[in-house]
Design a protein around this ligand. Structure first.
Ligand SMILES: Cc1ncc(COP(=O)(O)O)c(C=O)c1O
Length: 450
């Protein structure tokens, strides 16, 4: 009898596992065919335009002589890349695989070993308001901000999240009144990060609601404004755009690091979001952090994460702590035999080379244009530098109305302006992909002629 039961349950298990696997495969095929990875649409459908655009003209290209840190980094020249014109070049996502090169060079420096008996409890630090925050991760966050000088951590509570995406939702939850007569408006100036509208509205919360472009927002009453600086997608430094007081600001400083932009001030905001995804390139670890001034807001954000995922992976926090430690070490010991240059110097140089190559390819094509950025003094590098954003914000100049489709016709996948609340003659291209893919993109651009 016992044997029959065990055979029966084994058979059941086998059938169940087969069914689960088949449905998983079908789901992956369905999702990737229809939406692509991460649910981004691969079909040629347009997202509805969120708001009228009142985008200013990009400034004229400024070709100032700038400091470039010496570096052992180098970019593959387009001539070295094989491209038969048939390969699909996907630069739609901001997947920061460019950084693999640096971390490969670092070898075992960031390797950690977690014994099976470690990191088992739900709790990390019961005395901390954010009880699932690993003390070592918090320590390295504070240390890195001090070394870089990009954000004030004193008088702030650190809330850790599963990526800054979870903290974004936690912030909306914490900042919206629970007894409001209607949902709190959430706005951001276009072009805004394409995920903001869908992340805000996908759960149809009664607490908050996406209300579009901050520049045309004029509804009376409270609102939350998302300020992304440097901005995704266009790379410009930003400040609040709603022309009145009374709003609550959430500063998304995912890209406020010295490889992307001059560190010209120490951020001192009420609520600031950061993420290892764009700081070090470790998007897969899924760790972000918020610096929060108000204790009650920090408590509510912590509550949201408690209700949502009962905390944040300890393994991920420990790994992120190790990575941030190595980055801070590389800054403090830059020029030593251990670290010939800092993480930020190495990757600043890589980005500078990529931007130079891209500008040359774009100018030669006569089909596209790129914004120019005003140089500024960087407190970290100690020189005047030009911003070199994580995304290129291309504009089609050949009377092409739909730049995304135009590029798609050349087998280049990038995200069109409508996703960011502006006209479709703009397109966002990731600058953070692997050398091979980025090189293929430059090579493909060289085939464009006006
Ligand atoms: C401006 C901005 N904020 C937040 C995120 C999400 O970061 P995370 O990977 O930490 O969820 C991104 C990712 O592209 C981003 O561009």
């Amino acid at each position: 009898m016992a044997r029959i039961t065990s055979i029966f349950s084994l058979r059941n298990l086998f059938v169940l596992s087969l069914a689960l696997n088949v449905s998983l495969i079908l789901r992956v095929v369905y999702v990737s065919e229809k939406h692509g990875p991460f649910g981004f649409p691969t079909e040629n459908k347009r997202a509805p335009l969120m708001a009228d655009t009142s985008e200013t003209e990009p400034e004229a290209d400024q070709r100032t002589r700038l400091f470039l840190p010496t570096s052992s980094s180098s970019v593959t020249a387009p001539s070295e890349v094989e491209d038969d014109g048939k390969r699909i070049i996907n630069l739609d996502h901001g997947d920061p695989t460019m950084y693999e090169k640096y971390w490969q060079k670092m070898g075992e420096k960031t390797t950690i070993v977690i014994p099976g008996w470690q990191s088992m409890s739900y709790f990390s630090d019961v005395k901390n308001l954010c009880w699932f925050l690993e003390p070592e991760f918090a320590k390295q966050v504070v240390r890195l901000h001090k070394v870089v000088g990009n954000a004030q951590t004193e008088g702030r509570h650190i809330v850790v999240g599963t990526g800054s995406s979870q903290l974004f939702l936690a912030a909306l939850f914490a900042l919206s009144p629970t007894n409001g007569s209607e949902p709190m408006s959430v706005v951001s100036a276009s072009p805004y990060y394409s995920s903001y509208p869908s992340m805000t509205d996908y759960q149809k919360s009664g607490l908050y609601k996406w209300a579009g472009d901050a520049q045309s927002f004029n509804k009376p009453g409270p609102y939350i404004e998302l300020v992304t600086s440097p901005n995704n997608p266009d790379g410009f430094a930003r400040h609040s755009m709603v022309n009145r007081t009374g709003g609550i600001l959430v500063h998304d400083l995912a890209y406020y690091w010295p490889q992307y932009t001059p560190i010209s001030y120490q951020a001192d905001h009420d609520l600031t979001l950061f993420t290892v995804s764009k700081t070090t390139g470790h998007a897969g670890i899924r760790i972000g952090w918020a610096l929060v001034k108000d204790v009650e807001i920090a408590k509510r954000m912590t509550k949201f994460i408690e209700l949502n995922t009962i905390g944040v992976s300890k393994d991920s926090q420990l790994r992120a702590a190790k990575v941030l430690k190595v980055v801070a070490d590389s800054c403090e010991q830059s020029g030593s035999s251990e670290y010939t240059e800092s993480f930020f110097e190495f990757n600043y140089h890589l980005m500078a080379q990529r931007w130079q190559q891209l500008r040359e390819a774009v100018n030669a094509s006569g089909v596209f244009s790129l914004p120019g950025f005003p140089p500024a003094y960087c407190n970290f590098h100690g020189h005047i530098l030009e911003p070199q954003p994580a995304f290129a914000w291309l504009r089609c100049e050949n009377n092409t109305e739909d730049c995304e489709s135009y590029l798609r016709g050349h087998k280049i996948l990038a995200r069109g302006g409508r996703h960011f609340g502006v006209e479709p003659n703009y397109v966002r291209v990731s600058m953070l992909d692997r050398d091979d893919n980025f090189g293929a993109f430059l090579k493909r651009l060289s085939m464009f002629q006006s």
